[in-house]
Design a protein around this ligand. Structure first.
Ligand code: FRU
Length: 510
C-alpha cells in the first residue's frame, strides 16, 4: 500500500510540474492614473508583451494618489518583478519608492513623467516642454500676435505640467501683446478644469484662447466658459471616439498635440534591458500637432490602424484559444499516461504479491505435509474421514473447514505418498486408490487444502527426501534420483535446481 501511495505521489508531482509554465520576465507597471490615455497605453503594453511572448505584466493604477503609488510600487517589488515601468504621479513624492526598487537591483523604466532622482535605468517620453512651446506658438500665430489667453495646468508637481507650462510661457515671451490672463490649476481631469474656471475670481471676459494642458481639461474649460467665440487647445490627440483628433475634426477643439502612448515601444525597451542588449538611456518619442487641416486624415488613418489592430486582437484571441485547448489536451494526455502508469504499477504489484503468495503457499504445503506434527486422530475418526472422502465436494469443503479432519487427511496422504516415493510408475489414480478416493476427489481435496496438485506434492516430497539422502548418505546423485522415484537423473537435477536453487552436486560439495 505504501508503494502505491508513493507511485501516486510521484505521478502527481510529474503531472503538476508538466502543467506549470512560469513566464520568463515579470514586469511591474505602475500607472499614476486611470483614464483613456492610460487605457490605450496599457492595451499597447499588453500587446507588446503578447508579441514578445514569455512576458507577464503586473499592473497597478494609483488613481492620482502619491501614497497609493508608493505602496503599489513596494508591493510590486515584493512580488518579485524583474523590471519596473513607472509613470510617477509627481516629481518628488514617488522617488523614494522608485529608489528602493532600483537599489534592490531591479531595472526601472521611468516613462512620460519624471522624478527628481537619478536612480532609473532608462527614461522614455515625448518632449513636454516642446509641446507647450509649439502650442504657444500655434496660439500666437492664430491670434496674429495679439489677444487674451488662459492656461489650465495639469496636476501640480507633475513633470508634464511644469514642462508644458515652461514651454508655453517661453513661446509667449516673444509675443508681448498676448496677455496670459490666468494660469489656473487643474489636475489632468475634466472636472478639475471646470472647477478651476468656476472658482476663478478674476475677469475671464473677452478670452480668445484657452490652452488646456491636456484635451480633457480643455474640454472642461469649454464646459465652464461656453462655446461663444473662445477657441480651445489641448494635448493628447488621442484617436478614436471622443479622442482629441475627433474633437478637432468636429471643431470642439481648435488644436491638439499628439502625446504618444507607445506601450509596445516601452515593452521593447524593457526586453532589451532584461536581455542585456544595447538600449538608449533616454528616448524621445515623435509627436505632432493636430489642427482642422489634418484632423480628418489623421482620424481616417488612426481608424484604419485601429481596425487592423482589432483584427490582430481577434487573431490573438483565437490563437490564445487554440493554445489553451492544446494546453488542456496536454494535461489530459498526461493524466491518461498517469492513469496507465498507475494501472501498470498496480498490476505489477499485484503480480508480485501473487507470486509471493504462491511461494508461501508452497512452503506451507511442504511444512504442513512433511514437517508439522498433525493431530493424532482416533482409529474411528480416521475411518470416518476416509468414508467422508467419498462424499461430494460440498462435504469436502466442510471437512476442510474442520481442522481435525484436515489434519487426519494430511497424515494419511503423507503416509500414502511416502510409501510410494521410490515408485517411479505411481500415478495420481494409485494414490487416490490408496486413499479410497477417486482421482478427481483426491485432486479436489488436496488442491483445496494446499493449493497444489497431488503430483506437485509427490514431486516436492521426492525432492525433500532426496535432499535428506544427499546430506545423510553416500549414494550418488543418480542413485538418489532413482531411490526417490525419478526415472531420469537429469530431470531430477533440473527439478532439484528449480526447488532449491542449486544442483544436487552443489549441495553435496557445500
Ligand atoms: C493621462 C494624462 C494625459 C496627460 C498626461 C500627463 O493620465 O493625464 O492626459 O497628457 O497624463 O502626464
Amino acid at each position: 500500500m505504501q508503494k502505491l501511495n508513493l507511485c501516486v505521489i510521484i505521478i502527481l508531482v510529474v503531472l503538476t510540474s508538466c502543467s506549470q509554465s512560469g513566464k520568463r520576465h515579470k514586469i511591474g507597471v505602475s500607472q499614476c492614473s486611470e483614464d483613456i490615455w492610460r487605457e490605450k497605453q496599457n492595451a499597447e503594453l499588453r500587446m507588446g508583451a503578447y508579441l514578445q511572448g514569455d512576458v507577464e505584466l503586473r499592473f497597478a493604477a494609483a488613481y492620482d494618489s502619491d501614497e497609493r503609488q508608493v505602496q503599489q510600487i513596494d508591493s510590486l517589488v515584493a512580488t518579485g518583478i524583474d523590471l519596473l515601468i513607472v509613470a510617477p504621479n509627481q516629481v518628488a513624492t514617488i522617488s523614494p519608492a522608485i529608489d528602493r526598487a532600483f537599489d534592490k537591483g531591479i531595472p526601472v523604466i521611468v516613462f512620460e513623467r519624471k522624478t527628481n532622482s537619478q536612480k532609473f535605468t532608462a527614461f522614455i517620453s515625448a518632449d513636454n516642454y516642446e509641446m507647450g512651446r509649439l502650442m504657444g506658438e500655434y496660439i500666437a500665430s492664430q491670434l496674429h500676435g495679439k489677444g487674451r489667453v488662459v492656461e489650465i495646468m495639469g496636476l501640480e508637481g507633475s513633470s508634464p505640467a511644469i514642462e508644458r507650462h515652461n514651454g508655453f510661457a517661453d513661446a509667449l515671451k516673444n509675443f508681448p501683446n498676448i496677455e496670459v490672463v490666468a494660469t489656473l490649476q487643474g489636475d489632468w481631469t475634466e472636472e478639475s478644469a471646470v472647477k478651476a474656471v468656476k472658482d476663478y475670481q478674476g475677469d475671464l471676459n473677452n478670452i480668445d484662447f484657452v490652452f488646456g494642458q491636456n484635451d480633457r481639461m480643455a474640454m472642461g474649460a469649454r464646459i465652464a466658459l461656453g462655446t461663444s467665440t473662445i477657441k480651445y487647445c489641448g494635448i493628447d490627440g488621442l484617436p478614436g471616439e471622443n479622442g482629441g483628433i475627433q474633437l478637432v475634426r468636429d471643431s470642439l477643439l481648435d488644436a491638439s498635440y499628439i502625446y504618444p502612448t507607445h506601450g509596445d515601444q516601452i515593452i521593447d525597451l524593457a526586453i532589451r534591458i532584461l536581455e542585456g542588449k544595447p538600449y538608449e538611456k533616454e528616448t524621445m518619442m515623435m509627436s505632432a500637432l493636430v489642427t482642422r487641416d489634418n484632423a480628418k486624415v489623421l482620424l481616417m488613418e488612426s481608424e484604419e490602424i485601429m481596425r487592423q489592430s482589432a483584427h490582430l486582437d481577434q487573431l490573438h484571441r483565437k490563437a490564445d484559444g487554440y493554445l489553451h485547448e492544446l494546453d488542456t489536451q496536454r494535461v489530459v494526455s498526461w493524466l491518461a499516461i498517469g492513469v496507465v502508469v498507475l494501472l501498470i504499477v498496480i498490476i505489477v504489484l499485484f503480480y508480485l504479491y501473487h507470486l509471493r503468495r504462491i511461494t508461501l503457499q508452497k512452503e506451507r504445503v511442504v511444512n504442513t505435509l512433511w514437517d508439522m506434527k498433525p493431530l493424532v486422530p482416533s482409529v474411528n475418526q480416521e475411518t470416518a474421514v476416509m468414508q467422508e472422502e467419498t462424499s461430494d465436494s460440498n462435504q469436502e469443503q466442510e471437512e476442510h473447514d474442520d481442522p481435525a479432519a484436515t489434519s487426519l487427511f494430511i497424515t494419511r496422504f503423507k503416509e500414502v505418498v511416502e510409501a510410494r516415493l521410490d515408485d517411479s510408475d505411481v500415478s495420481v489414480e494409485d494414490l487416490a486408490a490408496d486413499m479410497n478416493l477417486s482421482r478427481v476427489q483426491l485432486y479436489r481435496k488436496v488442491k483445496s487444502i494446499t493449493d497444489a496438485s497431488p503430483v506437485e506434492l509427490l514431486r516436492t516430497a521426492r525432492l525433500k527426501k532426496a535432499y535428506q539422502m544427499l546430506l545423510t548418505t553416500d549414494k550418488s546423485v543418480s542413485e538418489v534420483a532413482y531411490a526417490v522415484g525419478f526415472t531420469s537423473p537429469s530431470y531430477f537435477t533440473k527439478c532439484f535446481k528449480d526447488e532449491y536453487g542449486k544442483v544436487p552436486g552443489e549441495l553435496r560439495s557445500s
